[in-house]
Design a protein around this ligand. Structure first.
Ligand code: IFM
Length: 767
């Protein structure tokens, strides 16, 4: 793996590349991508095609390209395609045929504006430059807009070929059974119908320039450039599909035409005012460490652009950056992506949780199919919530034989994780309306599932969960995985609490929900009993250690580095059934530490003992792992370690540090959206020590050496608190428009922060 370096600038708001490395184009295509939760357009150059991983990935288009292939989001034809030629020689930044004299690619995180500039030695003499700016519109999510600028230093006759290119990157092949090109006045379009469901997808493209002659879906523009006098070409692309509207073609034509007449500057103005509002809620400012500042914004930016806000849809594990993991949600969504939204844009968090409500039928079907009751959420969840994860994901790279991974049927913690997120959302917002409409029913169905999945051990007088797979995927088929046990018990308790609370708050609504799902008091009493007798592996009274699962401590104790020496092939899968980690204590990610990052009721000495035990045994084969280590290290007072893990997690995508681009023969590239969400958690929950306790916000900052100040905002029950902290002093302000005072606790002291009030708090010097 080659690392990417020198990518940030003094602004702290952008990321750039000054030379093009052909070996890195899968990664940099993700780095420089634009997106708006509806579509993701990879940060490739306008003249690039499938071979350079050009793709526009559109949400809510799940389909299977051919029988037996994965169900995944579609990538649609590339409406931004534009190739510049001089003297019939096409100019490319990558093929080496024409000398490249200057190059830059950049993404401005403040407004999600992509730009590129390439200067070539012109085949006609002198030099010629192509500049492009592009945006995925933040207000009308169906639109992409771009502006090309051509400039030559001597009179040059150039040709531009532009239009809709069907040659785009698609992991499992062609998703379209039928394609129809059309024109509508000045617009070019293509209608496509997907293979499996026949969903219609329409891409419409328009160009605003002087001279054009139509050539099927491509146009040829002959451009006469005068020395130094730029020629500007504006393009718009509109995308709609049959899951958005009954008439995607009419909508796409309408939007493209309107956008074309508005022009790039007007589109940009509306787009950037949305971004201004988004950053006002989510930005994190770090003074004293420009790299950390840029890393923070880069990751928050990606957590934002991959999250659908236009409809109740999931956040993919690779977002809209590639079709890896099928564009679908995993537990990552609730445990990594959501915390930032819960405390900065709770409406977005609610919409994601409503998606879990909409997919309850799929979760019920999965439970039933596997012989359980209630809701067993899909490990890989798309539109309907039916399980999308295949039985076979990895192959044995030594023998080529398929490996039956049990992620889809044994990784049951996904269901309690959803309830955990609902509880977090409720704590942060007090939004009982959501609980009445959606949250309670989810919690009740998950409680049902857990009860039907648990076994009562008579000799121990407790309920256990056997044959599981915890977040640490190297150890399949284990019993009583600690993370799953604690989260399941919490989910049962949450279901009972919501039931009791709704009985007094809104008994009629509860009665309606109960009738709908056939729920009785007797069944809720059964959950109470299960919660009471549910086994959770307690810390050992001497060592403080919590065993990750039954028998874990008896496995071979070896370090990840020594274990790695046993690999025969670097791409071998480490887990089930015969991978090198299976019979050892080496972990892909540490489940007990993951537990501490979510549930903060463990004493510091227990956290420390477990951190010291599990950290050296963790291989971080999952991109979810480093951020969890950072958060727990903060809780243990290990700020330097926490900073090292922060850096590791935050650079997974920007510096191409992903440990496993390919594992067990599967390509896993694209933006690791969980790591992006984890960056917010590391900074706000880790370094600032933010948490909610009862009705108070608690802060316990411990900043890394280099950070002079850290500033962010949190939204708590409809009121906003601005936090700025140095290592010695904390300043908190209630927003003018707050409707109530906020209680803030630091080191067991309480401050009441009224609307518009600013309070300064000296921090203990021994942190
Ligand atoms: O959900 C994760 C899992 O924990 C590790 N493998 C990748 C998945 C998607 O990010």
């Amino acid at each position: 793996m080659k690392l990417i370096e020198n990518v940030y600038t003094d602004a702290g708001w952008d990321v750039h590349e000054k030379s093009l490395d052909p070996e890195q184009i899968v990664t940099t295509g993700s780095t420089f991508m634009i997106g708006n939760g509806y579509l993701g357009y990879r940060g490739t150059l306008s003249e690039w095609r499938a071979e350079q991983y050009t793709a526009c990935i559109v949400t809510d288009t799940w389909d299977t390209a051919q029988p037996g292939a994965l169900t995944e989001l579609c990538t649609v034809p590339n409406g931004l395609y534009l190739e510049l030629s001089v003297d019939t020689v096409p100019l490319s930044a990558i093929d080496g045929a024409t000398e490249v004299q200057g190059y830059e690619r950049r993404i401005d995180l403040r407004t999600g504006l992509f730009s590129r500039h390439t200067r070539w030695a012109s085949p006609a003499g002198g030099s010629i430059t192509l500049g492009e700016e592009r945006l995925a519109h933040a207000d009308n999510v169906h639109l992409i807009a771009s502006r090309f600028t051509l400039i030559a230093d001597r009179a040059t006759d150039a040709t531009v070929r532009t239009g809709i290119d069907a040659d785009v990157w698609s992991l499992s092949g062609n998703h379209f059974a039928r394609k129809e090109a059309f024109t509508d006045g000045e617009l070019n379009g293509v209608s496509l119908w997907t293979v499996e469901s026949g969903t219609q997808i329409v891409v419409v493209e328009g160009v605003r320039t002087v001279d054009s002659s139509s050539e099927s879906m491509m146009r040829r523009l002959d451009v006469g450039l005068e020395p130094g006098g730029p020629v500007t070409i504006e393009k718009v692309v509109a995308v709609y599909h049959g899951n958005d509207t009954d008439d995607p073609r009419a909508c796409a034509v309408r939007d493209a035409r309107r956008a074309l007449s508005e022009g790039f500057d007007t589109l940009y103005a509306a787009h950037s005012s949305v971004w201004q509002r988004v950053w006002a809620a989510c930005d994190i400012e770090i003074e004293g460490d420009l790299e950390a500042q840029t890393l923070a914004r880069f990751n928050l930016f990606h957590n934002i652009i991959h999250t659908p806000t236009h409809a109740r849809l999931p956040i993919g594990a690779r977002g809209l950056s590639s079709q890896v993991y099928q564009g679908a949600a995993f537990w990552d969504q609730e445990t990594f992506n959501l915390p930032m939204f819960v405390y900065t844009r709770p409406d977005v968090a609610r919409s994601i949780l409503e998606y879990r409500y909409d997919t309850l039928p799929g979760a019920r079907r999965k439970a039933e199919r596997l012989g359980y009751r209630g809701a067993y959420y899909a490990w890989t969840s798309g539109k309907t919530g039916d399980e999308l994860f295949p039985d076979v994901f990895f192959t044995d790279v030594l023998t080529g034989r398929p490996i039956r991974n049990h992620f889809n049927c044994w990784q049951i913690h996904i269901s309690p994780d959803v309830v955990y997120a609902i509880d977090q959302y409720l704590t942060a917002t007090d939004d009982w309306d959501f609980v009445e409409r959606c949250g309670a029913e989810i919690a009740f169905e998950v409680a049902r599932f857990i009860v039907s999945r648990a076994h009562f051990k008579k000799d121990k007088n407790r309920f256990e969960l056997i044959r599981l797979l915890g977040p640490d995927e190297y150890h399949e088929n284990v019993d009583n995985n600690a993370f799953t046990m604690y989260l399941s018990k919490l989910a049962l308790e949450t279901a009972v609490r919501l039931y009791d609370e709704l009985s007094s708050r809104t008994p009629q609504t509860l009665a309606r929900t109960s009738r709908r799902i056939d729920l009785t008091h007797a069944e809720v009493d059964e959950w109470r009993e299960h919660a009471r007798l549910f086994y959770v592996p307690a810390p050992d009274p001497d060592s403080g250690l919590i065993e990750q699962f039954d028998g874990y401590f008896e496995l071979e104790d070896v370090t990840p580095d020594r274990l790695r020496e046993r690999l025969i092939d670097p791409e071998e899968y480490w887990g089930w059934p015969a991978g090198i980690a299976v019979r050892t204590q080496v972990l892909k990610q540490a489940d007990v530490l993951q537990l501490f990052a979510l549930v903060d009721s463990f004493p510091p000495d227990v956290m420390r003992a477990n951190y010291e035990y599990y950290e050296p045994r963790t291989e971080h084969g999952s991109s979810l792992s480093p951020s969890i280590h950072s958060i727990v290290a903060c809780g243990c007072g290990l700020t330097d370690k926490a900073y090292r893990y922060f850096h590791e997690a935050a650079t997974i995508d920007l510096y191409n540090r992903s440990r496993k681009v390919k594992s067990g023969g599967s390509f896993l590239g694209g933006i690791h959206t969980a790591a992006c969400g984890g960056v917010w958690m590391m900074i706000v929950q880790g370094f600032a020590g933010f948490r909610v306790s009862g009705d108070s916000i608690e802060l316990d900052p411990a900043l890394p050496e280099t950070w002079k100040t850290l500033a962010f905002r949190v939204c708590f029950r409809g009121n906003t608190l601005s936090v700025t902290t140095s290592r010695w002093r904390l300043t908190v302000s209630g927003a003018e428009e707050n409707s109530a005072a906020l209680s803030v606790r630091v080191s067991n002291d309480e401050w009441i922060v009224s609307p518009g009030e600013t309070v300064q708090i000296d921090l203990p010097r021994n942190r």
